[in-house]
Each structure stands twice: as C-alpha cells, then as structure tokens.
Design a protein around this ligand. Structure first.
Ligand code: PMP
Length: 451
C-alpha cells in the first residue's frame, strides 16, 4: 500500500505556534498531528491527510466521531439551554440521564448519581464518598493503575513516574497492592492471582488494618498499563476480602465503560457489582462529563456543596450522553464490539505466527492490547518495534498508538465499518512486514516516543 500521508506543512506550522504557548504536561509524544475534522472512523488534518482512527480519542468516541444522532440532539439542546449551575437548579436532561445511568450500571440495588467533568474528578468524588460514608480513611489501589491527574486520582494511580514526580505530598492513606499480570507475573509463578491475593492479605496483616479501609479502587480491566485482564478467581477472592472487612468496591470504568469491552461495563465480565461505578471518557461521546453511580446510602451520605461543580452535568453533555446510550443500544454496539474484537484477535494470532514479535494478545471487545516482545520466550518488551509499527501505520493512514512501552493499543470506534477495519488490518500487516524487513529507520524513534 502506498503511503497515504504526504505532506505535513500546515500541521507543522500550527505545531510551531503551539510550541510557543502550550505547557509540556498535556501531550504524549506520538505524532505531529493537528486535527481539523473527525467523522465516523476517520480523522483529518490541515494538509489533506486522512487516518482511520484506532485510538478513538483514547476510548472517548466509542460511537465514532460526530455521530449524526448525537450531533443533532446537541444542536437542538444548544438552542434551548446551554447551562445552569446544577448547585442551584435542575434540568430535565440531568434527571433523565441519571435514570438511564442507573438502569445500565451493574448492581441490582437502589442507586443514585452525581456528576463531574472528567474521569479524574469522578475518581476523587468516589474516594471522598467512600470516606465520608464509611468514616474510614484508608484506600487500597492497584499497582500500575491509572485513575487520573487530580490529586486524589493521582494518589491512587501507579502507572507512571512522571505523573507523580515533584508533586509534593499526595493524598495520605492510600496503599498500593499488586494487580495480577498473567503474561508477566510479578511473582514469577503460574499462580499469579493467588500470589497477589496472598500479598494483599499480608499487607492487611502487617501495614494496613482492614477495619480502617474505606474502599478499594479497581479498573476491572486495567487500561493504560497495557490492557491487563484479571482472572475471575482474583476478582472473586477480592470480593470476599471486601465482604469480610466491610470494604467498599469502587470500579473505575472510565476507560472500560460504555460498551468498549463488549458489555456496558467491564465489571459485568466478572459478575462484579461495585458499590460505586466511576464513568467518564465515552459517557457523552466527547463532551465533557463524568459521573459516579453508586448505592443510594453512600450517595446520600454527604451534604452540599461537597459534591458540587459549577460546570457539571452540562445540558449539552447530558443530551449527548443520553443519545450515546441510545446509539449504543439501537446499533447493538456492545455485541458489535465483541464480534469485531474476536475477529481482530484472530487476525493478530495469524500475525503472531508469522512475525515472532507478538508475545501476547489480550483484552475484551474493542479494548485490545498487542504486547510486542524481543523474543516470545524471554518476553522482554520491544519498545522500538512498537514505536516503528505505529510510525509505519501513521505513514500509511492508520492512527495507532502504544502504551506501557510496547503494547499496541487497539481501540477503534465500536461503529467502525468492516471495510475500514479490513483496511486497517491490511495496513498493520504491511507495517509488520516493513518493520521486520528493516524498512523503518531508527530515526523515527526520535519522533515517536510514546509512553
Ligand atoms: N480512569 C481511567 C481508567 C482512565 O483510563 C483515565 C484516563 N486515561 C482516567 C481515569 C482519567 O480520566 P480523565 O483523563 O478524563 O481525567
């Protein structure tokens, strides 16, 4: 396939200007891309280039970019009411959306909702709610988790040093416990889940008194650590530990939610009914909105303005979220995510046989991680190969990134048409051929560093 990406002149002009004005913490070093337009499964730049989007704005645009149903509803709403601070007045879409969120979240018990603007602030809210309800302060969080960049979420996160460096004291009373990684077991045995549970119990016996723990916060499938799927047995043991000690379970479904893994929420893969479910990203197809849905008694355990944000539950965001739920249901996108996900996994199994660099293929639905290694036996992460594959795909018209150093992130919109999925997989195969044959120079590694 010929290179679809030709020139980058206009992009570069914009980025030069941006370089003068934008701080350094916002953007991960991948591609010199300035997006002009995005529709469906495509993104477009200022130089007439077009890419198939395999990132979906990092699992934000599950319904594809600018889904017409969602856009129409937003436009109608814009003419009626742009916003009113929800601390002072309600609006119909806040109420109707809350009913919908309660309906789709796991947990067959009485629930209520509260709103924010980002996954990070929603995780802070969940931590605060757990503390205020239980009157306990300690929180357990997992190794390699990503919960966000506000202080609470950051304190719970453990995926990357740059997030935490030089931040001064983080939130106290957060303890990190091991998350099982079957492919690269931390305990170097084949009973990783059991060993992690044993390590957690050891922490409860020696450093963190269980009766002082308010909650445990978990990504049911870890995202940014490279798509790590726990075993059912691990989740079962964890539930039992929490039951035993009256510890609440907070599921951070910010990345896994809204159909991404082939279910509404990833907790459903494990029959997990979290006390609090945290959602963001895809909740409103790109409009700023986050929510915590939880047991009524927890959600009513604090007093205003403890949970108030002036810009939360914006009517246009709420309308976008209601339309997102409708689109996911009418277009059967959870089922579609499952079907396309298994299809992609099969294609990668073929690549795995053909090219010796694929160590592991994992994930659920359309949240997949392809772990690239130096050797399938020694499993050492192959950063340069991952970076080169992504660069080669970029040059051929596929927007693909990697995380955790060496894991290709496969997360197209759930609406991606088969024809373009096929085209993307074709580009990927050619990129594997090119990188294997040494046709992608080392110099690209200076451009695409990833994270
Ligand atoms: N939780 C998870 C699991 C996430 O993946 C992210 C974002 N990567 C966040 C929380 C933070 O969300 P936001 O960037 O919207 O604050």
């Amino acid at each position: 396939m010929n290179n679809l990406v030709n020139k980058m002149d206009e992009n570069m002009k914009w980025l030069k200007r941006e370089n003068e004005v934008l701080g350094s913490g916002m953007r991960l070093p991948f591609f010199p891309l300035v997006i002009k337009e995005a529709k469906g499964e495509f993104i477009y730049d200022y130089d007439g280039n077009k890419w198939i989007d395999f990132l979906s704005s990092a699992c934000v645009t599950n319904t594809g970019h600018a889904h017409p149903v969602i856009i129409d509803r937003m436009k109608e709403q814009m003419d009626q009411l742009v916003h009113y601070n929800p601390a002072y007045a309600s609006h119909e879409n806040l109420i109707a959306l809350s009913e919908e969120l309660i309906r789709i979240t796991p947990g067959n018990f009485s629930k209520k909702v509260t709103y924010g603007l980002s996954g990070s602030d929603a995780n802070d809210t969940a931590i605060k709610l757990a503390r205020s309800y239980t009157r306990k302060s300690k929180i357990l969080a997992f190794s390699r988790s990503y919960h966000g960049n506000t202080y609470g979420a950051l304190s719970a996160s453990a995926v990357s040093l740059p997030m935490r460096q030089n931040m001064g004291p983080l939130l106290p009373d957060i303890y990190h416990i091991p998350f099982p990684d079957i492919y690269r077991p931390q305990f170097k045995t084949d009973n990783e889940s059991e060993r992690c549970i044993a390590a957690i119990k050891h922490i409860l016996e020696t450093v963190c008194p269980p009766e002082e723990i308010a909650a445990i916060i978990i990504e049911p499938i870890q995202g940014d650590s490279g798509v790590i799927v726990p075993q059912q047995a691990f989740i079962d043991e964890l539930k039992q530990l929490c039951n035993e000690h009256g510890i609440l379970i907070i599921a951070d479904e910010v990345q896994t939610g809204f159909g991404r893994t082939g279910k509404w929420f990833a907790s459903e893969h494990f029959q997990l009914e979290p006390d609090l479910t945290v959602m963001g990203k895809a909740i409103a197809s790109g409009m700023p909105l986050s929510a915590v849905v939880g047991r009524s008694e927890i959600m009513t355990s604090w007093q205003p303005p403890a949970g108030a944000f002036s810009l939360a539950a914006n009517p246009i965001s709420c309308v976008a979220s209601r339309a997102t739920i409708e689109v996911i249901e009418t277009e059967n996108l959870t089922k579609r995510a499952q079907e396309l996900g298994s299809y992609i996994k099969n294609r990668f199994r073929y690549f795995q046989e053909r090219f010796g660099v694929i160590g592991d293929i994992r994930g659920e639905g359309l949240m997949l991680g392809i772990d690239l290694v130096g050797s399938q036996v020694s499993k050492e992460p192959n950063h340069s190969y991952a970076a080169k594959i992504c660069w080669s795909c970029w040059e051929k018209g596929l927007f693909l990134t990697f995380f955790s150093g060496s894991v290709l992130r496969i997360a197209p919109p759930l609406t991606i048409k088969e024809e373009y999925l096929e085209q993307a997989l074709q580009i990927l195969e050619e990129s594997f051929e090119d990188v294997t044959a040494g046709r992608v120079p080392d110099s690209v590694l200076d451009e695409i560093k990833g994270w």
